[in-house]
Design a protein around this ligand. Structure first.
Ligand code: HDE
Length: 706
């Protein structure tokens, strides 16, 4: 290759010298070339022109959807060989670690929008396998809004900010979204997921991922097995509450991005288990929904999720633009042993992703960008185009050829192999699954896609009490922002098909008439769907959570350090918050460093709070500090774990928390230690357990002012 010859001729005079793009050393980059000190700037200043031109062209079009994202590198490793089902090497060799790049995203907002909006989250994984790249471009919810890709532009136009004024940003709480979904009942299942706490992940480390569509695995014999892909986080599934999410959007719009970056930097690596629901081809019609319908889940009670491997994200990118922004996921990137199904949504995606990259990345050579480049060698007759990085040397840029000895040749020997049906064997080239296809060409949807309400009802029935309360509140918030009375009425009318109690509760909150009964609730549930059933609590404990220690002058140092050290051993970050920055004076005479001043943060940025004990002056200072009092009251309202040590318990009184003598559940997730001095081991364990539970919705939260 010519570029190798060129690189051997390369000279590195001094790699600290600033140069132009043409490698010409620069003498001054602060002053443009002028005719005299006060004279006009000269066109001959090629350095100025190049610098400004490069700046002018720094932006590329952001993604139409999923514009706001964060990425990380890592690896995937299967637990054991799945050779019975697939020929994909990354799934059949338990000794092999396949490198991955994952990009998490929100859908609606633009690149600069806040992380914690109510939205679906993208969960896109690029596996750099030895057989080429496999892109599993999924979401954190297992269903999609529409059944046919031809509706995607309509759906996205309705979801995005409204065209006349480009509002609202990052939110579905507006007329056009609810207008569309209330007219298109197939959206109802995804919409109820969107109204649940799944739309408010606490962390990208703590959310599930789903391939959504039914895919196919194909084995050496050419046998297919339908498969649904699931990612389950080792940290457990945790969500924010809505009030908190909105406040974080102001206090730290980068909340999820920061958490991902800081966790990886601190060695708390996000980890996910890949699971599969495997369905034999013979069971294609065994369900009361269609496997090809992306608005449906396969309930885990019908087909359990088989754990097949582990993914760990252990490296932050070096450069956001080069890697996270330029990564190009294409659902058509697939490897031998995996294939698509005929899901009509998937079929449209197969066209869309490649097409979108051509505009976004300026031409057809985007696969040569470092983050997109396969680790397996690429050899073909593609040529030219914007941004070509290679210098091909072959005289034969076509197939078949004799001038280049027939190279690159087809796996399987060309004539006798590829293109002649199924060639068994683990090293076979990609062959499309030989599916028998027969049908009349028409624009019709299968009748097996017609039931739009049974599964939203299944989801609703599976929720615990507090999950239902949050869902009702979310519908009320969103529809409360809809100006059109007609749209609000219609949306409630749709909810009546899901559950009358849900519809009536929402109607009561948005000033529309209670709906008539239109259907019976079928009464079935799928316990696996609830966040509160203990199944999704994860295996890696509380690592990566953040706890605030409230202190003031006169604090007893051990009431901070003992608990903080115990938490740190479990991977928890403890931050000391004082009335002002700098240090506080300990009762023992030393100074304790303050991580941040209270006015610069807020309880919403932490998973739990500890009120340290100290002298009477210490607790008096905290109890008279509005930030400290609000901090505790707000953490309580958001159902977060609270520990109060020694005199620190007085701050709980100042925060007017409900009285445990009259309000049952008032101390759910609140641990106290009235004695002065360091916390006892039992308190440490109780607080760790409260933190592990994440939220404590057994509290009488209705008694706490908003
Ligand atoms: Fe996407 N989608 N999508 N989508 N999608 C894009 O591709 C599209 C769908 C998803 O981090 C775009 O590179 C169509 C389902 C993720 O870079 C675009 C249809 C699911 C990401 C596009 C769908 C997704 C995208 C925008 C219906 C979950 C971000 C920029 C037929 C299974 C990937 C880009 C990243 C991005 C089209 C439906 C997930 C425009 C036409 C279903 C996670 O090509």
């Amino acid at each position: 290759m010519k570029d190798q010859q060129l690189s051997s001729a390369r000279v590195d005079l001094d790699d600290s010298i600033l140069t132009t793009d043409q490698a010409i050393p620069v003498e001054d980059t602060d002053n443009s070339l002028r005719a005299g000190a006060r004279g006009p700037t000269l066109l001959a200043d090629f350095h100025l022109r190049e610098k400004i031109t490069r700046f002018d062209h720094e932006r590329i079009p952001e993604r139409v959807v999923h514009a706001r994202g964060s990425g990380a590198y890592g690896w995937f490793q299967p637990y054991e060989s799945l050779r019975r089902y697939t020929t994909a090497h990354f799934l059949t060799d338990p000794a092999r670690r396949t490198p991955v790049f994952v990009r998490f995203s929100t859908v609606q907002g633009s690149r600069g929008s806040a992380d914690t909006v109510r939205d679906v989250r993208g969960f896109a994984t690029k596996f750099y396998t030895d057989q080429g790249n496999f892109d599993l471009v999924g979401n954190n919810m297992p269903v999609f809004f529409i059944q046919d890709g031809i509706k995607f532009p309509d759906f996205v136009h309705a979801l995005k900010p409204e065209p006349q004024h480009e509002m609202p940003q990052g939110a579905s709480a507006h007329d056009t979204f609810w207008d569309f979904v209330s007219l298109q009942p197939e959206t109802m299942h995804h919409v109820i997921w969107l109204m649940s706490d799944r739309a408010l992940p606490r962390s990208y480390r703590a959310m599930q991922g789903f391939g959504v569509h039914t895919f196919r695995l194909v084995n050496e014999e050419g046998e297919g097995t339908f498969v649904k892909f699931h990612w389950t986080p080792a940290a457990g599934v945790q969500s924010l509450v809505w009030d908190e999410a909105q406040k974080i959007a102001g206090k730290d719009p980068d909340f999820n991005r920061r958490d991902l970056w800081e966790s990886i930097a601190a060695g708390v690596f996000p980890e996910y288990e890949l699971g599969m629901q495997l369905i034999p081809e013979s069971d294609e019609f065994a369900f009361d929904f269609d496997l090809l319908d992306p608005t449906k889940i396969v309930p885990e009670e019908l087909v359990p999720v088989t754990p097949v491997g582990r993914m760990v994200l252990d490296r932050n990118p070096d450069n956001f633009f080069a890697e996270t922004e330029q990564v190009a996921f294409c659902v058509g990137n697939i490897v031998p042993g995996i294939d698509f199904s005929d899901d009509p949504l998937m079929q449209a995606r197969l066209f869309s992703y490649l097409d979108t990259q051509l505009t976004r990345l300026g031409g057809p050579n985007f696969a040569q960008l470092p983050v997109n480049r396969p680790v397996a060698p690429v050899r073909n007759h593609q040529q030219d185009g914007f941004g070509q990085q290679q210098i091909p040397t072959t005289p034969a840029n076509y197939h078949p050829n004799s001038l280049a000895d027939g190279c690159p040749r087809l796996l399987g020997g060309g004539v006798g192999g590829a293109g002649r049906g199924w060639v068994p064997g683990p090293t076979a080239a990609f062959l499309h699954y030989p599916e028998r296809v027969k049908g009349v060409a028409h624009r019709r949807r299968s009748e097996t896609f017609a039931d739009h309400y049974s599964q939203p009802t299944l989801f609703w029935n599976s929720m615990s009490g507090w999950e239902k309360e949050h869902i009702i509140a979310a519908y009320r918030f969103e529809l409360g922002k809809v100006d059109s009375r007609e749209i609000r009425d219609r949306a409630v009318g749709q909810l009546a098909h899901i559950d009358l109690d849900l519809a009536s509760a929402v109607a009561a909150g948005i000033g529309v008439a209670a709906p008539e009964k239109v259907a019976d609730n079928h009464g079935r549930s799928s316990p696996a769907l609830s966040q509160s059933n203990g199944r999704l609590t994860g295996s890696t404990g509380i690592a990566g959570r953040k706890v605030a220690f409230l202190v003031a002058d006169g604090v007893e140092a051990p009431s901070v350090t003992v608990l903080r050290d115990a938490l740190q051993e479990r991977g928890v970050v403890g931050e000391v918050l004082g009335p002002v920055g700098g240090t506080v004076q300990c009762s023992e005479g030393d100074q304790l460093p303050v991580t941040r001043a209270l006015p610069t943060v807020g309880s919403v940025l932490y998973d739990g709070v500890v009120v340290a004990g100290g002298s009477p002056a210490c607790v008096a200072a905290l109890a008279s500090d509005g930030y400290a009092v609000h901090f505790v009251a707000e953490a309580y309202k958001h159902a977060k774990p609270i520990a109060a040590l020694g005199s620190g318990t007085e701050l709980l009184l100042a925060a007017s928390l409900p009285n445990p003598n009259t309000a049952p559940g008032a101390l759910d997730g609140v641990v106290t230690h009235e004695q002065p001095g360091p916390p006892a081991a039992a308190l440490v364990e109780a607080f760790v357990a409260a933190l592990a539970a994440h939220r404590h919705f057994g509290r009488p939260l209705e008694l706490v002012p908003a």
